[in-house]
Design a protein around this ligand. Structure first.
Ligand code: HEC
Ligand code: HEC
Length: 399
């Protein structure tokens, strides 16, 4: 647990990456990001890994004019934020393989839009990031200027999409103290003693995205190590985290480092003792009433963390189990949410774990259904190690 704090502090502003999210057809985005970062990495390479001072965007990339002076690892999250806000792929603004080029008018427009966005917030909202690309664009390149007519009969029930938004923070603090909910959750999953006994977990199951079902294997080991192998017909898609760094493997592609908010996500996913660590994770934490998720009434707990975006946790009012976790990827332009819904809780050696979870974010979603769990079996540390780079990556003294 003491190690936990260290990891959290150190990971501020350092490269992070694409966890779970990656594998699946979504790999499109992640892969492109990996490729985009590839060029920059090749030049900066070992130096940035040896010093702790985070590089700024203009040090790491070639042609930064607006997003200057921010940690370099926030650039790709900013790009993902833009893409999600406009509902486009990177190629909407970029020439393949040459992200620094300004050939496309859309890229130049985007720079002006960034300046406009910063000015709107500065002039009207005391510099708070109230208006973002998404505020106007809402997933379109051409924002609507007119309210649309009602296209169908109104649907009864709450607006789920609205609840998922970060902006839905208006709710007043209410409900049981967060500490009580954390304790109830810890008890519901078997208690601290049972959880302490878990030192490794090996899961086999199926990952589903769209209409594809693919076998997946996930190995976790204390402290905070996790690797998943998605066995696609083309080869394995791999997401790995060794407690500090992460890497991604794609069929027939060089291995890439994890970047961006995904290191934060990876360390949460890899934590076998998460229910126990919750109580020490936040600098400020509040219960914000109840929300319905499916048929369940859930307490929403919002936890603030030092130097990292908040977490939103939803606990089943009855069972006390965690049914949803929302985390945010920080970028200078706005935050990107990742929502994980946990279901099908079942017993494994005295602890309760979700046998199914769905991860959703603006770029896509997937569901993992676990069919087989083994705990406290030996898992070699070597399993989490980054494989050596293929020959064409090894050139130069950088390694
Ligand atoms: C709506 C337009 C737009 C989209 C979509 C977009 N970008 Fe960008 N990108 C920009 C702009 C504008 C800059 C320059 C920012 C600046 O000057 O501060 C940039 C800069 C970059 C750079 C730095 C290049 C260099 O060396 O100077 C990279 C890398 C990058 N983008 C990657 C991506 C990736 C990956 C995606 C898809 C996830 C993406 N971008 C989507 C507009 C876009
Ligand atoms: C205040 C509202 C508003 C905000 C905020 C905003 N935009 Fe726009 N954006 C517009 C409007 C309106 C247009 C369409 C202008 C037109 O049709 O000529 C547009 C057009 C664009 C285009 C050109 C699209 C095309 O098809 O050529 C790009 C690229 C773009 N915006 C990127 C961004 C980015 C990136 C951000 C965030 C940094 C952003 N916008 C924030 C209102 C906004």
């Amino acid at each position: 647990m003491s190690g936990k704090k260290g990891i959290e502090l150190r990971s501020i502003g350092r490269p992070r990456a694409a966890v779970l999210t990656l594998c699946l057809g979504i790999s499109a985005i992640v892969l492109i990001c990996a490729v985009a970062m590839g060029g920059a990495k090749a030049q900066s390479g070992a130096a940035s890994q040896m010093t702790n001072a985070p590089k700024t965007t203009e040090q790491e990339f070639k042609n930064i004019q607006v997003l200057k002076g921010i940690p370099a690892d926030q650039l790709i999250p900013a790009m993902q934020f833009i893409s999600a806000s406009l509902g486009v792929e990177c190629e909407f603004c970029h020439v393949q393989g040459a992200f620094e080029k300004d050939d496309k008018k859309t890229k130049q427009t985007a720079r002006k839009m960034m300046d406009m966005m910063f000015a709107i917030n500065k002039d009207n909202f005391e510099g708070h990031r109230e208006v973002t690309c998404y505020s106007c664009h809402r997933g379109n390149t051409d924002p609507l200027a007119m309210p649309p007519v009602m296209a169908a009969e109104p649907k009864p029930g709450p607006d789920e999409a609205k609840n998922a938004e970060e902006g839905a923070e208006a709710k007043e603090p209410s409900g049981p103290a967060a500490d009580q909910l954390f304790e109830k959750y810890l008890k519901a999953v078997g208690g601290a003693a049972a959880i302490d006994k878990v030192t490794s977990r090996v899961m086999k199951g199926t990952i589903t995205f769209g209409d594809r079902n693919i076998p997946i294997e996930i190995y976790s080991k204390d402290p905070d190590k996790r690797i998943s192998f998605t066995h696609t017909p083309e080869g394995d898609s791999i997401t790995a985290f060794d407690g500090h760094e992460g890497w991604l493997g794609f069929p027939k592609r060089p291995v890439r480092d994890m970047h961006g908010p995904d290191i934060d996500g990876a360390s949460i996913d890899a934590d076998l003792h998460f229910p126990e660590h919750l109580k020490d994770m936040f600098s400020k934490v509040e219960t914000r009433g109840t929300e319905k998720i499916g048929d369940h009434d859930c307490y929403l707990v919002v936890g603030q963390r030092e130097g990292k975006p908040p977490l939103r946790l939803y606990f089943d009012e009855q069972s006390g189990l965690l049914v949803r976790l929302v985390r945010f990827g920080e970028s200078p332009l706005g935050r990107l949410p990742t929502q994980i819904d946990y279901a099908d809780y079942g017993e494994a050696d005295g602890v309760k774990i979700p046998f199914r979870w769905t991860l959703a974010r603006p770029g896509g979603r997937f569901t993992i259904q676990v069919s087989d769990v083994k705990q406290n079996v030996p898992v070699d540390d070597a399993k989490f190690a980054r494989p050596p780079a293929p020959p064409e990556e090894q050139k130069g003294p950088a390694k």
